[in-house]
Structure formats: structure tokens, C-alpha cells
Design a protein around this ligand. Structure first.
Ligand code: CMP
Length: 140
């Protein structure tokens, strides 16, 4: 199977509760390598642009408010089938529907404060990675 990269965000609800290490351990124990990582505080403009695909959704403004409410950790994860693997590890968007043992089941507070974001396709992963990282910041 091909080695792939995906984009991940550890969201403000998780950084506030100091969960970065626990979430990273789940990635690393399940075949994903963190090949780039930085802790940032997103600007409102940056968050609006990142989530613009959801601009027409009723939760868009609250989502942007939440994503700028504290620091986030943006990451590139690498491994076999990394996009799908990470989505398995994250669990369903709504923690009420997330399977046991997934990051969102373990840590998410709500559908909005759901601890992590992960790309939904290899194409979007490439776009999202380029949005936050220069090529020389990714070291596999
Ligand atoms: P994420 O994977 O970051 O992509 C979009 C985010 O919107 C999603 O995770 C949720 O945190 C957030 N969100 C808030 N409300 C909803 C909702 N009703 N349906 C889907 N996503 C929602």
C-alpha cells in the first residue's frame, strides 16, 4: 500500500485540556508518523478561509469562532493509507456516534468541540497541507 500524507488539526478544546501528547500517542501507536507539526493561533481570516467549504452551513460562524478561541496544533501525518487511517482513528464527527477507542469518543466535548480535524481525501490533504506548511517544514 502507498505511503500517503494527511493534514490534521488538534483543536482548541484539546489544546486547552493539554491533550496534544495523548492524541499524538494515538497517531504514533497506530502507524502514523508526525512529519510536521506547529502550534499556532489561527487568525479569523485564516479560519474562515480554511473552512470556506462550509460557509453556507448554519454552523459556519460558530465553527470559525471556536477555531480562533485558542491555540491549535497543525500537523502532517504520514503512513500507509494515512487519510483513511486517520479518519478511523478520529471517529465520527459527532462524538455521540464515534466508535469506542476513537479520539473523538475518548476526548471530544461536542460536534463542534470535537478535538481533531483530518483531511477527507488525498486531494484535500495536499491542499490543506500546502495551506499551513512550506515544503521544507515537512521532514519525513
Ligand atoms: P471538521 O472535521 O473540522 O470539519 C468541519 C467541522 O464543523 C467539523 O469537524 C465539526 O467540528 C464542525 N461542526 C459543527 N457543527 C457541525 C454539524 N452540525 N455538522 C457537521 N460538522 C459540524
Amino acid at each position: 500500500m502507498a505511503i500517503e500524507r494527511t493534514f490534521s488539526i488538534i483543536k482548541p478544546d484539546a489544546t486547552r485540556r493539554n491533550l496534544t501528547g495523548k492524541i499524538n500517542a494515538i497517531f504514533e501507536e497506530n502507524g502514523l508518523r508526525i512529519v510536521a507539526q506547529k502550534r499556532i493561533w489561527m487568525s479569523r481570516a485564516h479560519a474562515k478561509e480554511f473552512y470556506k467549504v462550509h460557509a453556507a452551513r448554519p454552523f459556519y460562524n460558530d465553527l470559525v469562532d471556536f477555531m480562533v478561541s485558542g491555540p491549535v496544533v497543525v500537523q502532517v501525518l504520514e503512513g500507509e493509507n494515512a487519510v483513511a487511517r486517520n479518519r478511523e482513528l478520529m471517529g465520527a464527527t459527532n462524538p455521540a456516534n464515534a466508535a469506542d477507542g476513537t479520539i473523538r469518543k475518548l476526548f471530544a466535548e461536542s460536534i463542534e468541540a470535537n478535538s481533531v480535524h483530518g483531511s477527507d481525501s488525498p486531494e484535500n490533504a495536499a491542499i490543506e497541507i500546502a495551506y499551513f506548511f512550506a515544503g521544507n517544514e515537512i521532514v519525513g
